[in-house]
Design a protein around this ligand. Structure first.
Ligand code: IPD
Ligand code: CA
Ligand code: CA
Length: 334
């Protein structure tokens, strides 16, 4: 790999510094949003090509039923290489364990392939998600679904876009007309995700679980769905999408109505109009959302961690299952 070059760090929202380009051929002084686009496009090409190839599928996490493919790893390596080439000092938090520099002000939060279960089953609803945090605030986000050729993006203080055109959340005002999705982790104890589905299901037009939290956030941003809820999430699932949906006029809170922070585990997302109605249904049903005082760091004692390795380490995986996603180990209890 070429020797990393040190560039000025354009802050999204600021005018590009001298020499920066708004396209994808990187120049000295490139803004982080341009680098995020470049990395997402490179990763997207890997994801698109990988779908036509035989996949190497391993299993990780609690219950050893969380798939990770060779495409997840190759995507992550490509993204990290691009980030390091432009910003060697910036920290990287990426799902499969790749790290970056030490600068405490900057953190790239990367999901190299969100929707891996879909992908491993050849269900074409997956993406790459890249969020950039500066001084504790997400300032840029790019989510790319290469299977639909859709790039969602946002910078702090600017409208969210889909393939460059501004997007906005829906105007749906009645819960019974709302299409909601859920991104609840697979290992929640006590079937609480079903309790949540029961609390909302009868009152909405439809409730779905699409399998990619990052894309679902973007779909709320684009007005395709009216809201979503999620739990057992990690920063890489939501960093880019939470900015995109907020910049599209949406609302993102924790299950108690407080502003969602990137390291929180559970969220409620809506077009804003429906937020109160969704929260009322969730809190109106007993035991669906436990009292805030009774919660742990995950803000939900029933959300069991997914067994992710800490940042910078390599997550444990079980024996590789070759090729297609056949015969995974027995699923953990919901
Ligand atoms: C998963 C997806 C899914 C959500 C899970 C995530 P992955 O990410 O975002 O929608 O429900 O909790 O882990 O594993 O496909 O990157
Ligand atoms: Ca993910
Ligand atoms: Ca992932």
């Amino acid at each position: 790999m070429a020797e990393p070059q040190r560039h000025e760090q354009g802050i999204p929202g600021d005018p590009p510094s001298k020499g920066a380009r708004t396209g994808h051929d990187m120049a000295p002084g490139a803004a982080v949003i341009d680098v995020a686009h470049e990395a997402a496009r490179r990763a997207g090409a890997i994801i698109r090509e990988g779908l036509a190839q035989t996949l190497q599928v391993d299993y990780k996490g609690e219950g050893a039923n969380d798939p990770v493919t060779d495409v997840d790893r190759r995507s992550e390596a490509a993204i990290a290489g691009i980030i390091r080439a432009h910003f060697p000092d910036h920290r990287i938090l990426s799902e499969e364990g790749t790290t970056g520099g030490q600068d405490p002000r900057w953190r790239w939060i990367v999901d190299p392939l969100d929707g891996t279960v879909n992908y491993a089953h050849r269900l074409p609803f997956s993406c790459v998600s890249i969020g950039v945090e500066h001084d504790g605030e997400i300032v840029a986000g790019v989510v790319y679904n290469p299977l639909a050729e859709e790039i969602f993006a946002a910078e702090r203080g600017k409208p969210a876009t889909l393939n460059g055109a501004p997007i906005h959340v829906s105007a749906t005002s009645e819960l019974r007309r709302a299409l909601l999705t859920s991104a609840f982790g697979p290992w929640e104890a006590g079937g609480r995700r079903f309790d949540r589905a029961r609390a909302l299901g009868p009152h909405v037009q439809a409730l779905r679980d699409l399998g990619s939290a990052a894309l679902e956030l973007c779909y709320v941003a684009a007005g395709r769905i009216d809201g979503m809820g999620g739990s057992s999430l990690n920063a890489w699932d939501v960093a880019a999408g939470m900015l995109i949906v907020r910049q599209a006029g949406g609302q993102v809170t924790d299950p108690y109505g407080d502003p969602f922070k990137v390291d929180d585990k559970s969220l409620v997302v809506s077009n804003g109009i429906l937020h109160g109605a969704i929260m009322a249904r969730l809190h109106g049903a007993s035991e669906v959302i436990p009292p805030k005082d009774a919660t742990d760091q995950a803000k939900d004692p029933t959300d069991r961690a997914k067994g992710q390795a800490p940042a910078g380490t390599t997550p444990a995986t079980t024996t590789a299952t070759n090729t297609a996603p056949t015969s995974p180990p027995a699923p953990a209890r919901d």
